[in-house]
Design a binder for this molecule. Structure first.
Ligand SMILES: [Zn+2]
Length: 483
């Protein structure tokens, strides 16, 4: 989620922003892409990249009721839309019949209570197991509230609770039917991967937001770890036509904080790609942008520009003749587990009683709710079941899926550990909280310190060894899929 905003901040675009190396002409691009496909297929007609089947589906998720916009802890009743919000599903099947379904969405935070319903119904209806499905969300702060995500974070209004519950139930049903549509459309396809770059993500822990425009204008390097890579995967039909393009970026969709439905920068990027490639579905995953912000921000103009920068980075990968997209060989292997992430200390009844009148309204609401749970006889768990995925696609691609708001250190670490073709998708399956690395935990502050109560967890901090716990889980799973 985003740090709460005191008042409205307006930023003019910085002079030094890069728009990408080239603006690619759509028709030249289509020609280049078509030629690239034809030559690749001609060189290796019996390529082991053959045998994939893919199916794509999508659904509009823009609320039709007064569900508030999510992510800043304030009442944000919608006042209209810039464009529709979407969820999308990509089903893949290898030549041995192994299947996966990747769901991407313009949601801000999908809670476990919601995604668990989707996973259960998908298993019941289509026989797709938990390890075969990943439910990602872009963390779009101009998307709707869902279920019991961040319940203590927002002011309480009974009518709003009912609207959010009804909307969430509709989304569960629609998501399950969308997955069914993607599976029903499985047909021969080729998968290819590549990687581009764009630079608008800024490490928000290490750079003061108000200073970023001037630093960029002066060409002063910004501080702190970032991951500016843009991983790209294409799904093409046998006739060479693009069916889907999946791409990622590590950055919070927090350019905007107004009350108008839109997908923030990933929404604009997906729209641009779908306009460039009629008939194709563009899908975005947030690759561990827990501590990254699009800066400067707070104007639709900047949001549109960042979306265009990301779309341009993808287009450059599609059109790159020197480094053409690499085909993904056939073969799919999946592993999944919950790893129990320990809290540093579970909150006590005494501590909660002392917070009932706290000047921080979120903390006071949280303390009251936690006390009601204790009074209802519920004990607090000492750990949280953290979802971790590893999917191997051929010899070329490894997708790691991690729950919640993982900071960029995780993406950098796992890409280093597992090599080229590794995607590290944060914001998978469950919103939970921020997931600091050891470094960020030691530093403390917004993403690393005593903030877990904001997410409704029964504690203030994670245990300091959560990076080790998560890394051990990822290694176990990767070993299973990459023997
Ligand atoms: Zn966030």
């Amino acid at each position: 989620m985003g740090m709460r905003i005191e008042g409205r901040i307006r930023c003019r675009p910085a002079v030094g922003l890069r728009l990408g190396r080239t603006i690619v002409c759509r028709w030249l691009l289509v020609l280049a892409l078509g030629a690239g496909l034809a030559s690749a297929d001609a060189v290796s007609p019996a390529s082991s990249a053959e045998g994939w089947r893919a199916g794509v589906a999508r659904a509009v998720i823009t609320p039709q009721t007064g569900v508030w916009l999510a992510g800043y802890g304030s009442k944000r009743a919608p006042d209209g839309k810039l464009h529709d919000l979407w969820m999308k599903a990509l089903a893949l099947e290898d030549n041995a019949g192994h299947r996966v379904v990747l769901i991407t969405s313009d949601f801000q935070g999908v809670p476990k209570a919601m995604s668990d319903q989707v996973f259960a119904r998908i298993k019941q209806k289509y026989g797709i197991e938990r390890r075969q499905v990943m439910f990602t969300f872009s963390h779009n702060h101009c998307g709707p509230r869902l279920g019991n995500d961040l319940v203590d974070y927002y002011p309480v209004e009974a009518a709003q609770v009912a609207l959010v519950e009804a909307y969430t139930a509709r989304m569960v049903t629609r998501c399950v039917s969308m997955v069914g549509e993607a599976l029903s459309r499985l047909s021969p396809a080729t998968l290819r991967i590549g990687q581009g770059e764009t630079t608008f993500a800024v490490n928000r822990r290490n750079n003061r937001e108000s200073e970023v425009p001037e630093l960029l204008a002066r060409g002063t390097p910004l501080k702190g770890p970032v991951d500016h890579s843009v991983p790209v995967m294409t799904v093409t039909h046998p006739d060479g036509k693009l069916a889907a393009v999946l791409f990622g970026y590590a950055c919070h969709p927090t350019t905007l904080s107004f009350r108008t439905w839109c997908g923030d920068y990933p929404g604009f990027a997906q729209l641009a790609l779908e306009q460039n490639h009629p008939g194709a579905v563009a899908m975005f995953v947030n690759t561990c942008g827990g501590d990254q912000n699009p800066l400067p921000r707070r104007s639709v103009e900047l949001c549109r520009r960042y979306g265009q920068m990301l779309a341009t980075a993808v287009e450059e990968v599609l059109a790159d003749e020197e480094r053409p997209l690499r085909p993904v060989t056939n073969g799919l292997s999946t592993a999944f587990e919950y790893t129990e992430l320990p809290y540093l200390e579970v909150v006590s009844r005494e501590k909660l009683l002392g917070l009932l009148e706290d000047s921080n309204a979120i903390r006071a609401r949280w303390a009251a709710r936690m006390l009601r749970r204790l009074q209802g006889g519920q004990a607090f768990a000492k750990t949280y079941p953290y979802p971790v995925h590893a999917w191997r696609l051929g010899r070329e691609m490894l997708m790691i899926g991690m729950g919640a708001e993982s900071v960029v250190d995780y993406a950098l670490r796992f890409k280093r550990e597992f090599g080229p073709g590794t995607w590290v998708c944060g914001y998978s399956d469950d919103m939970i909280a921020y997931i600091p690395s050891r470094r960020v935990w030691e530093e403390g502050g917004y993403e690393g310190g005593s903030y877990l109560y904001e997410y409704g967890r029964p504690a203030f901090r994670w245990s300091g060894d959560i990076e080790d716990q998560i890394a051990a889980s990822v290694r176990r799973l990767v070993k299973q899929v990459r023997p």
